[in-house]
Design a protein around this ligand. Sequence first.
Ligand code: BDR
Ligand code: CA
Length: 325
Amino acid sequence: KKLVIIDTDCGIDDAQAILIALAAPNIEVVGVTCVFGNAAVDYVCQNVLRVLSICEREEIPVFRGCGGPLVGANNLLATDHFGTDGLGDVIKDRDPQWEQKIQREHAANAMIRLVTENQNQVSLVALGPLTNLALAIRLDPSFPQKLKDLFIMGGNMEGIGNVTLCAEFNFAMDPEAAYIVYEEYLCPTYVATWEFACRNALPWDFLEELISQDTPAARFMKMITSKCQAFSREAMRKKRDVYFGSGFVSYDAYAMAACVDGSVVTERIECPVRVELQGSMSRAMMVLDRTNQLKKSHSVFVFTKCDVAKFGQLLMESVRQPLKK
Ligand code: BDR
Ligand code: CA
């Protein structure tokens, strides 16, 4: 089995991505590390515990990580999109014991320990701001070399932003962290950008079918999408019509799907990238160095096309998963 660490700011699409990993017969999730992003990190921890409990997989250790970016303040939480708690503010029965279920070890230390114990065997799937990962690299510079590979949902490939003019949310939340990850890169890295996800949207009818399955995971997805679906549909319609057309986009699920089954991605660009740290309009933008101007020694794989039918199948299997694997 492929060993996987999931680093997440558990919003609705992160929850979907985690379900994909839990359902995949070839994946063993060795830990889930939490980071601020869609919501404050304490909510993120609770959300991850909730997803694991829906699937009866509470034995998977959950680690709390960074509550803010490496530099500056965190003032961009996606509360308008996913609610204050990251899952649409529909969960009423919060677990008062949740904190005791979180491991004592910090997420960055846990990442280092897990990859050191299993050198070149662990895939890391990063679904939120890259703060925990950048911190792990700074704590242990050999960390990236010990990873098998890295899957990132974040950044952009055409300079189209979803929170600022040119920046995607996960990178905009912590540009310095994203910068560090790409400069220190030493393992094969695969990137599902915002534009890639939008260009490979599923029809809205697919979401209806997904959440109407009669399983605990589907009922959970139905509950957490109930309040914010209208908002998402409208936002997609307004923003995306211009560039992408419209549809259901589960961003983080693309990075996870690529880790579970590489054949989901049918086309990619291999080139060096760098994250812009300056710029009054372009801070946090991921720049593709198509002409090798930066003279970097390594490239990453940026996804461009996806087998949407296969991707949809993985999503569907993720909500139909039998409990207790
Ligand atoms: C990314 O931002 C978050 O809101 C989503 O969970 C996803 O990781 C998309 O830009
Ligand atoms: Ca996310």
